[in-house]
Design a protein around this ligand. Structure first.
Ligand SMILES: CC(C)(COP(=O)(O)OP(=O)(O)OC[C@H]1O[C@@H](n2cnc3c(N)ncnc32)[C@H](O)[C@@H]1OP(=O)(O)O)[C@@H](O)C(=O)NCCC(=O)NCCS
Length: 205
């Protein structure tokens, strides 16, 4: 099993992996593969943390990071990183690969002197890798200040000490909503897949 940098030759396979992994999980269908498709050209993208996980030569996981900043209540900003999409191929989920990839990527982010990470996610998964509910560290989600699903982790000890501020999703995460025609045209390049409304999804469409 190896973790390596994504190459241009991986792009389509990685986007297909993301589509397969996220399909019908948070909404009928998914958008994360298009988010990935567009982010690689974005100046906030972190190429050093654009990673894939291979097992026996097969691509089974990926993660990508971007630079952003908290908006502090005192008017300043604090640099942070956000990651995602992160995914594991459906047939390999819940076997420890996601945690393995996440922890390795966090080590690499730390080696790049990243101070801290903020993400939206499930504490049951991310809590095992040291994430805590962000509002307990003074970090509120712009769209939902009481959100329990906004999580953070310091990579430099004390990085969030005394912080009071707001996290806003970087614009690059809204490419599908901002340009639905472009997203539909991109989605049409993949084999058709049935969109299903399933219990537990966070969004209706
Ligand atoms: C989320 C994801 C990356 C996790 O990777 P994974 O390889 O399945 O997870 P792991 O096996 O490493 O999980 C480690 C532990 O985290 C917890 N965990 C993982 N996924 C969980 C889930 N969906 N719900 C609750 N707990 C979960 C479990 O405690 C798990 O240990 P266990 O299986 O022994 O109980 C993967 O399931 C995935 O690709 N999901 C679809 C895409 C997605 O949701 N990405 C994250 C967006 S925020």
């Amino acid at each position: 099993m190896i973790i390596r940098a994504e190459t241009k030759e991986d792009w389509r396979a990685v986007e297909n992996l993301i589509r397969e992994s996220f399909w019908n999980v948070y909404r009928p269908g998914c958008m994360e593969h298009y988010v990935m498709h567009c982010f690689r050209d974005n100046p906030i993208f972190v190429p050093e943390l654009d990673l894939v996980l291979e097992k026996d030569g097969q691509l089974i996981g990926q993660v990508m990071y971007v630079h952003t900043a908290l908006e502090l209540d005192n008017g300043g900003t604090l640099p942070i990183m956000v990651f995602g999409p992160i995914c594991i191929a459906p047939e390999y989920k819940r076997q420890g690969y996601g945690k393995y990839l996440l922890d390795a990527s966090l080590e690499k982010a730390k080696a790049m002197n990243a101070g801290g990470i903020v993400i939206e996610g499930n504490i049951d998964f991310y809590g095992k890798s040291g994430f805590v509910v962000a509002k307990t560290k003074g970090i509120r989600y712009a769209d939902d200040p009481e959100a329990e699903y906004l999580l953070c982790r310091e990579l430099t000890e004390g990085y969030f000490n005394g912080v009071k501020g707001v996290f806003r999703d970087p614009e690059g995460y809204f490419v599908c909503q901002n340009n639905p025609e472009a997203f539909d045209a991109y989605e049409a390049t993949f084999p058709p897949k049935e969109k299903l409304k399933l219990p537990g999804q966070l969004f209706e469409a």
